[in-house]
Design a protein around this ligand. Structure first.
Ligand SMILES: *Cc1c(COP(=O)(O)O)cnc(C)c1O
Length: 329
């Protein structure tokens, strides 16, 4: 286990563009969102909300007793850096929460622009949910001035659920040691103590760690640049299909606006019953994500991430053409 953890601890930081440790815990990503708040937010949080997961981050902050102000973008859009700068001018915050790829809408925020907006606000930490981006698209933690980045095993890393990850900048670590209510399991200071010993802070989810070790090896063999290019190619295939006359005839669109579309997940607006459409796709051997929350009746989501290929995505799009034909003959 020590040898395995040593390999995992060495392989994770480059995936998110940091030289800081990446801590691994057994649990869902939501736990690490709470960890980011408990260890990174003192009292006043500015939450950038572009969908359900941005809203979840805001609610976690509230549940942890922080005072939260939301900056909300319409579904399919992202909060602009200008809006962030403006909010920072007019309010006192000590942390900003952001979601890199908003899985509920398929949008991707320009986190680097958030980092630039925060450049003159030394004391404001940038806490980033990178659950649907790590392993599928570049995450440049240090270059983009992110203070806390969290992720999990079950999205673009294409692993079973059960593992979550968190990394902290030195500034975030310095803040954490001063915060009184970090709790225990989610405390990054405690995680760091175990990391230094080459261990994990709780009993490790050993089967998942074997899978992670194997997958990190497979990712290294593919190469990160190639892996990210494959994700962009899968997204492009979906965008192209949706821009085609055939899809337009079916009345299908992409929720996320051009320029903010994620390479890892697409949210399609569909005419008629989205739940029925998912069923028709399942009958054809394809599993798509249902729309999330308020978008459940009107959208489906294609998770073109992880180990999927352009070829498989093309087959799915053929099946989608077919299913749409049956939905509205
Ligand atoms: C899936 C997801 C989560 C929640 O992950 P859990 O492991 O279910 O807690 C959080 N944020 C984003 C962006 C996600 O896609």
């Amino acid at each position: 286990m020590r040898e395995l953890l040593a390999r995992v601890y060495a392989a994770l930081p480059p995936m998110i563009g940091t030289t800081q440790p990446v801590y691994v815990a057994s649990g869902a990503a939501t736990g690490m969102m709470e960890s980011a708040i408990r260890c990174g937010a003192r009292g006043r949080v500015l939450a950038l909300v572009a969908g359900a997961f941005g809203e979840r981050f805001a609610r976690i902050a509230e549940a942890c007793g922080r005072s939260v102000t939301r900056l909300v973008a319409p579904p399919g859009d992202t909060v602009s850096a200008d809006a962030l700068s403006d909010a920072l001018e007019h309010g006192e915050y000590d942390a900003v929460t952001a979601v890199h790829v908003e899985t509920s809408t398929g949008s991707m925020a320009d986190v680097a622009s958030y980092g630039r907006a925060l450049a003159s606000h030394e004391d404001v930490l940038l806490l980033v949910d990178a659950v649907s981006s790590v392993g599928g698209v570049e995450v440049e933690m240090e270059a983009a001035r992110m203070d806390i980045v969290l992720s999990a095993s079950q999205k673009a890393l294409a692993l079973p659920p059960g593992l979550s990850f968190i990394a902290c900048s030195q500034r975030a670590m310095a803040r954490a040691v001063e915060l009184p209510d970090r709790g225990m399991y989610l405390d990054v200071v405690r995680m760091d103590e175990y990391w230094r010993r080459g261990e994990t802070a709780g009993t490790p989810a050993i089967p998942q760690l074997y899978a992670l070790d194997a997958q990190l090896d497979a990712i290294a063999r593919e190469g990160l640049a190639k892996r990210f290019a494959r994700h962009r190619a899968m997204a492009a295939a979906v965008h192209e299909w949706a821009g085609d006359a055939a899809a337009r005839e079916h009345g299908v669109g992409i929720l996320a606006e051009e320029g903010v579309r994620a390479p890892t997940v697409s949210c399609l607006t569909v005419p008629g019953d989205a739940v029925r459409l998912s069923q028709l796709l399942r009958e054809r051997g394809f599993e798509v994500g249902a729309g999330y929350g308020t978008l459940s009746a009107s959208t489906i989501r294609i998770g073109h991430m992880g180990d999927h290929t352009v070829r498989e995505v093309s087959k799915l799009l053929d099946a989608l053409d077919d299913a749409l034909g049956e939905l509205a003959p």
